[in-house]
Ligand binder design. Sequence first.
Ligand SMILES: [Fe+2]
Length: 181
Amino acid sequence: MKRKSFIASLLLLPIFKIFGKTNVLGSKECQTQRDAEGPFYKGGAPLKSVIETEGEPLTISGTIFQSSDCATGVSNATIDIWHCDSNGEYDNEGFKCRGVVRSDSNGKYSFKTIFPPHYGSRPRHIHIKVRAQGFQELTSQIYFKGDPHLQNDFARNAEPSRVLSLSKIQGENHGNFDVYL
Ligand SMILES: [Fe+2]
């Protein structure tokens, strides 16, 4: 590196530092990580809080938050949900294992479905698209702790908050998943 450009890069250092700090303290610290959409998304799924019943019951609930402060709930957001059925297959004709839920005035949401099995080398997962006015659409996937297939897949790079620990409530699986837009 020439002396002149070396000095120039030294002068730029504090600027990068300032921008770096802004990013850390700014809006993206708690933003939910994106994940692949995959080949089976289909728009137009109906609004429903029970997505699927044929299989091992699973309830997922949580809150959709603004990542600008990591705390304010986002009301009236939609979560478009799709996953495979109990045979590991996607319904590309109709809307089995597909549905949309909406967050309430505090950003809270909940839906019932089944614990989707793994298929191929993919671990158990649920696809989501979260949309809310004024926010960038978020496409991601939810995984489950203890799934041995997590290590065979790009899912192994999922942030811990997207790998759900399930608890049993009255014998049924429950998971909490908060989303930060
Ligand atoms: Fe999938």
